[in-house]
Design a binder for this molecule. Structure first.
Ligand code: FRU
Length: 505
């Protein structure tokens, strides 16, 4: 069996830190937040990220860097774009400028170009502003040079940030498109450019749907529905903080069309700035948990795949999560696709699976009736993939207990009459470090042919739940004690069946 290793290459058993994940990216040391500049080039995936090179708290924002050949095993690289006295390097994206439109490279050696937000410090003539800037690399991302003409796009705004750039090739022509936010106005602003340096305004989207916090880290991409290239939708990602579905930070998405100029949403439920939030559950959410934020996708992917990574944390308490001299982790990468459900396109997310090809399963159970009560499983782990399928029948609820010890448990419960899946971390271990941490997340999940399928990834300090093949996901941090490794299934009320259960790890 292949041994899972950390980004630093250490087998999990050898790690003294109880919360250091085995298969999620963390910086070896110090703080990280948003994924930035996700780009694939020549067999290597690049993950840049918001990073404080000098400590485990937010500050000195710079772009950290890690590389991987499989999206799962990451090697930390030197800091890519460091802050300086004039600017912090806030979130943004990276593109492979294959035809050297920017002129930063040559035809023979085209550049990688990073488009990031300059958050100007008091020492800068542009103090207090946020504007978009460029840096380029001619050695596949290892070293970066800031463009002397920075910033390339300045709206004299204090809250204009998080540019995501992609190459548009369609009815309106071929050019670079940037989506960024005017965060406080809850607007996504779209620009076009031929050379990444000169930008022209195209259109503005929003406010719409969830507006209970600032809009951050947008993304825009096209996906086929059910794999049909003739039937596509554009997906506009808008992260917002606070005002997320489970409280604090979260990512929402809109489905619609993009004609090279404007995005037109087909999934706007409420237009304008909303105050009462009563329709929150009708909006598109990337994740219904507390800890999936600033999610954006890779550019230049092979095979047209669309893979996203989120920061597995929440600004409500991110600064206080009880880890050591590192803080925060990335989510598992998720491949996103659109499938038709009840006649409408729906977003499906499936994790790049760290356990794929690993085996044998620690435990495999076949079909059986579940009596009311808790059935401890002869399996224990703090690092595992659990696949379970229930047929709840006439029972009131069914579910899983994870990371359990005497007084601790993380509960995944499906309440049949309501059709609601809940992830309850109120007794998951250390929940006292912040008042906002103990929580129960809820999402409506219809049974399919009377069945509920869950894929759950457990990795020491996180639980990621993919329900019904990824049609709904719930991601939460947990901080169990060392003893919290036991697993159980349960039913309340008679009539439930376990169709199958499989634990790897
Ligand atoms: C999102 C965010 C971005 C910003 C970055 C700063 O988490 O607030 O809007 O660019 O973090 O670290």
């Amino acid at each position: 069996m292949k041994t899972l290793t950390t980004a630093a290459g250490t087998p999990p058993a050898a790690i003294s830190d109880p919360y250091r994940p085995a298969f999620h990216y963390t910086a070896e040391r110090n703080w990280l937040n948003d994924p930035n500049g996700l780009v694939y080039l020549n067999g290597t995936y690049h993950l840049f990220y918001q990073h404080n090179p000098f400590g485990p708290d937010w500050g000195n924002m710079s772009w950290g860097h890690a590389t991987s050949e499989d999206l799962l095993n990451w090697d930390e690289q030197p800091v890519a774009i460091p802050c300086d006295e004039h600017e912090a390097i806030f979130s943004g994206s990276a593109v492979f400028d294959e035809f050297n439109t920017s002129g930063f490279g040559t035809a023979a050696n085209p550049p990688l170009v990073a488009i990031y937000t300059s958050a100007y410090t008091g020492a800068s003539p542009l103090a207090g502003r946020q504007a978009q800037s460029l840096a380029y690399s001619l050695d596949e991302g290892l070293t970066w040079t800031k463009y002397h003409g920075n910033p390339v796009l300045d709206r004299a705004s204090a809250e204009f940030r998080d540019p995501k750039v992609f190459w548009y090739d369609g009815g309106a022509g071929s050019y670079w498109v940037m989506v960024a936010v005017e965060a406080v106005q809850r607007q996504v602003v779209l620009y076009k450019s031929d050379d990444l340096k000169a930008w022209k305004h195209l259109s503005t989207f929003g406010p719409a749907n969830a507006t209970g916090g600032v809009w951050e880290c947008p993304d825009l991409f096209e996906l086929p529905v059910d794999g049909d290239p003739q039937d596509t939708r554009w997906v506009l990602i808008v992260n917002l903080n606070p005002g997320g579905i489970a409280g604090g930070s979260a990512g929402q998405y809109f489905l619609g069309t993009f004609d090279g100029v404007a995005f037109r949403s087909e999934s706007t439920v409420t237009a304008g700035l909303q105050t009462d939030g009563s329709r929150m559950r009708e909006y598109g959410w990337l994740d219904w948990g507390r800890d999936y934020y600033a999610a954006v996708s890779f550019s230049n992917m092979p095979d047209g795949r669309r893979v996203m990574i989120g920061w597995m944390n929440n600004w409500d308490y991110a600064r206080e999560t009880p880890t050591g001299d590192w803080r925060s982790t990335m989510s598992l990468p998720r491949e996103v696709s659109l499938i038709r459900v009840d006649g409408k396109p729906a977003l499906r997310q499936q994790a790049i699976d760290p356990f794929s090809g690993l085996g044998p399963a620690q435990l495999q159970l076949g079909p059986q009736a579940l009596a009311t009560g808790v059935m401890p499983l002869p399996a224990a782990s703090e690092v595992a993939r659990i696949d379970v399928e229930f047929r709840p029948g006439t029972a009131d609820s069914v579910g899983l207990l994870l990371a359990t010890a005497d007084t601790e448990r993380t509960v995944i419960r499906y309440d049949v009459a309501e059709g609601i899946l809940r992830l309850d971390r109120r007794e998951s271990g250390n929940v006292k470090f912040h008042d906002a941490f103990p929580s129960i997340e809820t999402v409506a999940v219809p049974l399919q042919d009377g069945r509920l399928g869950l894929r759950v990834y457990l990795d020491r300090c996180s639980v990621e739940v993919f329900a019904q093949d990824g049609l709904a996901t719930v991601t939460d941090l947990v901080f169990p004690s060392r003893a919290g490794t036991a697993l159980a299934v349960f039913a309340q009320g008679e009539g439930a069946h376990l169709v199958a259960l499989d634990v790897v790890g």
